[in-house]
Design a protein around this ligand. Structure first.
Ligand code: NAP
Length: 290
């Protein structure tokens, strides 16, 4: 079994981007700039946004964090989005989700200029992705495609089973791997909570992508020998042996499944860092497209 080491792949991408930024600066050009809006940040959102800002600093991108209170009105948030749309120094920006309940997320996503939508959530980018046109692809599926590619995982002609159909992971993942492209050219099956006899599909998978949001859902008896396993899930479980008091586990029962598969992405250190890579790559592309 080989690990799909997302952390190492992320470090390699970070190195490549750092070199690009240094070269831009040597030419007297400004660096790419990513902005993030955080509304009434609670636990995980603050951690995610801070990691994104730190990644930017590390590779020499400009970054700005705009923090708004939890009771900000939808109008005020839309105004902020508009400001960033019109700021020529900002190449791309994200609005960290989820938003408070009184704000309609779709209204916010649709207000973002698709050319700056580095999260790839705007309907224009989703539509272009479906049509196979150049677009911003959501960071997690983008990162997974990069991880498969850079680890020389053959996808052509393989049967890929994706568990989960969310707009940010499962659905775009199924579209990207069924595209006439490399990586791609898979035969894709997308399964979800209404699928009957789910294991009968997962057992057929050459490549299994688990994006369910249920800790250790995928067990060894659901997996074919020699399959490639990508674990998207992230769950905190109590662990008194750790200084933090918790550890992270995925949607896949790593100890069981790793004995059976050819490759597996660990949690932590697999898809998580690749998601961070996806956002940085999208920001560089937004800058280059200008
Ligand atoms: P989500 O929006 O909750 O979607 C979960 C999907 O799994 C849904 O399509 C749901 O089906 C399906 N599902 C739930 N229970 C199921 C079951 N028992 N059998 C079959 N399908 C089932 O989650 P998400 O945003 O895609 O995220 C999934 C996981 O990935 C979470 O643990 C999340 O924290 C993690 N995540 C990690 C990263 C990263 O960077 N590593 C990024 C994003 C998300 P229905 O559609 O029928 O409800």
């Amino acid at each position: 079994m080989e690990l799909l080491n997302g952390k190492e792949t992320f470090f390699a991408i970070r190195e490549e981007l750092t070199e690009k930024v240094n070269s831009l600066k040597q030419q007297g050009r400004r660096a790419p700039h990513l902005a993030a809006i955080l509304v009434g940040g609670f636990g995980p959102s603050i951690t995610y946004v801070n990691a994104k800002v730190k990644d930017c600093e590390r590779i020499g991108f400009g970054s700005s964090l705009i923090e708004l209170p939890a009771d900000v009105t939808e109008e005020a948030l839309l105004e902020k989005v508009n400001e960033l749309n019109n700021n020529p120094e900002v190449d791309g920006f994200i609005v960290q989700l989820p938003l408070p309940k009184h704000i309609n997320e779709n209204n916010i996503i649709e207000a973002i200029n698709p050319k700056k939508d580095v999260d790839g959530f705007h309907p224009v980018n989703v539509g272009k992705m479906v049509l196979g046109l150049p677009s911003f692809v959501p960071a997690t599926p983008y990162g997974i495609v990069e991880m498969l590619d850079r680890n020389n995982i053959e996808t052509e002609g393989k049967h890929c089973v994706v568990i989960g159909r969310s707009n940010i992971v499962g659905t775009p993942m199924s579209i990207l791997l069924s595209r006439k492209a490399n990586p791609g050219n898979c035969t894709v099956t997308l399964v979800h909570s209404r699928t009957k006899d789910l294991a009968s599909y997962t057992k057929q998978a050459d490549i299994l992508i688990a994006a369910i949001g249920k800790a250790h859902f995928v067990k060894a008896d659901m997996v074919k020998d020699g399959a490639v396993i990508v674990d998207v899930g992230i769950h905190r479980i109590e662990d008194t042996t750790k200084k933090s008091g918790y550890r992270l586990i995925g949607d896949v029962d790593f100890d069981e499944v790793s004995k059976k598969c050819s490759h597996i992405s660990p949690v932590p250190g697999g898809v998580g860092p690749m998601t961070r890579a996806g956002l940085l790559l999208n920001t560089m592309r937004a800058y280059e497209a200008k």
